[in-house]
Design a protein around this ligand. Structure first.
Ligand code: BES
Ligand code: MN
Ligand code: ZN
Length: 514
């Protein structure tokens, strides 16, 4: 889909559908924005009538199609509700763009124009970014396995964002291009997460990361089983040993510092380093502690943390984020078999800490222990953020409306919370106390891999914290937010790509430790 930015008069647009976002105001207080007077005239008063009659209220998600005179240039105008003006933010604009795409597809309109309304709230560039991003996200479909369809879906070929002031066009086009990068990076994460587990075993996930890295000029290393053995990654190896598809550790680097040349004073360009770590369980059957059948197919999404890392690295590269960003993915498949790890086994992790397995379904924290240890010791970064579909307990605690945020660092936590506000990818902070760490102290080994039912999301985070030591670290439990079965305005059923937008907002605002 092509996104364009113009400063044309809306009434002069020759498109199949002209979308007009409007804020919700009481119909008696509604005044036609002066800029829309020519368009309103072209529609012969139908816009005013729709509002005056109460047929269109401007509520979020609401749309109403109006037809112009057959002779008029503008034939179809779609009124799109923005919701209350007081709460009008980037999220409202993403949703409005999403509703526009949905309506355009339903009406088989392929060329669409969207009027950027003069608004209080987001700046014009912030509007361009959010509208472009929302359109790209809403046009996403995962249909590559549909071979026969009697209802081939309609595609929107182009969306033109119409702004008022011609002199800002350059800045607005740049902002829209950023929105496109962000939207496409989220769609890449969605693609990876939606891909079935037979098509995306750990090796294929690593290849997908490599493919993205190559396309974006990033460095990428993939550790195979002998390399994992050399590095003592007994956690990742233990979880992966039950599957015929071997595990991998993937490292993606944006702005890797150039190696100091011999003879030259070893001054490196010192950009701050941050690490993004993703859980990449390509399928989680639970292993020997097998899961019930009912929702097991959803566990193809258990690599959504890894998918978010791939998407975020893509965005970091294409937005030229001035940081050294390292992505680390622990990829394995958790299956029961004659070679699978068992309850009661003791694994030795790369950190040297041993873990008694009480439940093979608590596998995410085990593979992450090796990835977190690797990130910490190899890069000594300023911050580590991990993303994982880690616990059902987090879904019980917070529902599907936000991700769980756990952190050992107040500044990092508040900056992620700010990024969550800006991106609309909500998080909610949870505590991690010494009592939670006590719950996963082992008897046979240093740690045990479950702390019982109580506070399950927190004891899982506490387990991860044992591999972090003093580095500022945050853990995002995305078990509830990684995929949905209730579609939204820019969100089809399935993977959401959650984390990409949040991480991109955090990285863009990054100001170092200061
Ligand atoms: N991948 C699951 C967590 C999950 C559950 C993600 C639902 C998305 C939706 C994780 O590996 C898991 O199985 N966790 C167990 C931990 C328990 C055995 C301590 C859980 O949450 O039940
Ligand atoms: Mn599991
Ligand atoms: Zn899992």
């Amino acid at each position: 889909m092509q996104i364009e930015v113009e400063s044309r008069e809306p009434a002069a647009s020759e498109v199949e559908l002209l979308a007009l976002p409007l804020v919700a105001v009481h119909r008696e207080r509604w005044k036609l924005p002066p800029r829309l007077a020519p368009l309103a005239r072209a529609l012969g008063g139908r816009i005013e009538a729709a509002v005056a009659s109460g047929e269109f209220k401007g509520k979020s998600g609401e749309t109403l199609l109006l037809h112009g005179d057959p002779a008029a240039r503008v034939r179809r105008v779609l009124l799109v509700g923005l919701g209350a003006e007081s709460g009008l933010d980037a999220e409202a604009l993403r949703r409005a763009a999403g509703s526009t795409i949905g309506a355009a597809q339903a009406r088989r309109a392929s060329r669409v124009a969207l009027v950027a309304p003069p608004l209080r709230g987001p700046s014009p560039t912030a509007q361009a970014e959010a509208l472009a991003e929302g359109a790209i996200l809403a046009a996403y479909r995962f249909d590559r396995y549909r071979t026969r369809r009697d209802d081939p879906p309609a595609e929107v070929a182009s969306v033109t964002l119409l702004f008022e002031r011609a002199k800002d066009l350059r800045a607005l086009r740049k902002a829209a291009a950023i929105g496109v990068v962000l939207g496409e990076s989220q769609n890449l994460a969605r693609d990876l997460s939606n891909e079935p587990a037979n098509a995306l075993p750990p090796v294929a996930l690593a290849q997908a990361a490599q493919k993205m890295a190559r396309a974006c000029g990033l460095g990428c290393r993939v550790f195979d089983v002998p390399e994992l053995e050399r590095r003592g990654m007994g956690g990742l190896l233990g979880v992966g040993q039950g599957s015929a598809n071997p595990p991998r550790l993937v490292v993606i680097e944006h702005n890797a510092p150039a190696k100091a040349r011999r003879g030259s004073s070893s001054r490196r360009t010192t950009r701050p380093t941050v690490c993004l770590v993703g859980k990449g369980i390509t399928f989680d059957s639970g292993g020997i502690s097998i899961k019930p059948a009912a929702a097991m197919h959803e566990m193809k999404h258990d690599m959504s943390g890894a998918a978010a890392v791939v998407g975020a690295l893509r965005a970091a590269a294409l937005l030229e984020i001035p940081l050294h960003v390292v992505g680390v993915i622990a990829a394995a498949e958790n299956l029961p078999s004659a070679t699978a790890y068992r309850p009661g086994d003791v694994l030795k992790t790369a950190s040297g800490q041993t873990v008694e397995i009480l439940n093979t379904d608590a596998e995410g924290r085990i593979v992450l222990s090796d990835a977190l240890h690797f990130a910490r010791t190899e890069y000594a970064p300023e911050a580590i953020v991990d993303l994982a579909t880690l616990t059902g307990a987090c879904v019980v605690a917070l529902g599907k409306w936000c991700s769980g945020l756990f952190s050992n660092d107040e500044r990092l936590a508040s900056r992620l919370a700010r990024a969550a506000d800006e991106s609309g990818e909500r998080v909610w902070r949870m505590p991690v106390w010494d009592e939670h760490r006590d719950a996963i102290r082992g008897q046979i080994a240093d740690l045990k891999n479950t702390g019982g039912r109580d506070g399950g999301a927190i004891t899982a985070a506490a387990f991860l914290s044992c591999f972090i030591e003093k580095i500022p670290w945050a853990h995002l439990d995305i078990a509830g937010t990684a995929y949905v079965d209730k579609p939204g305005p820019y969100q089809p059923r399935g993977a959401t790509g959650v984390g990409v937008r949040l991480l991109a907002a955090w990285l863009r605002a990054y100001r170092g430790r200061a």
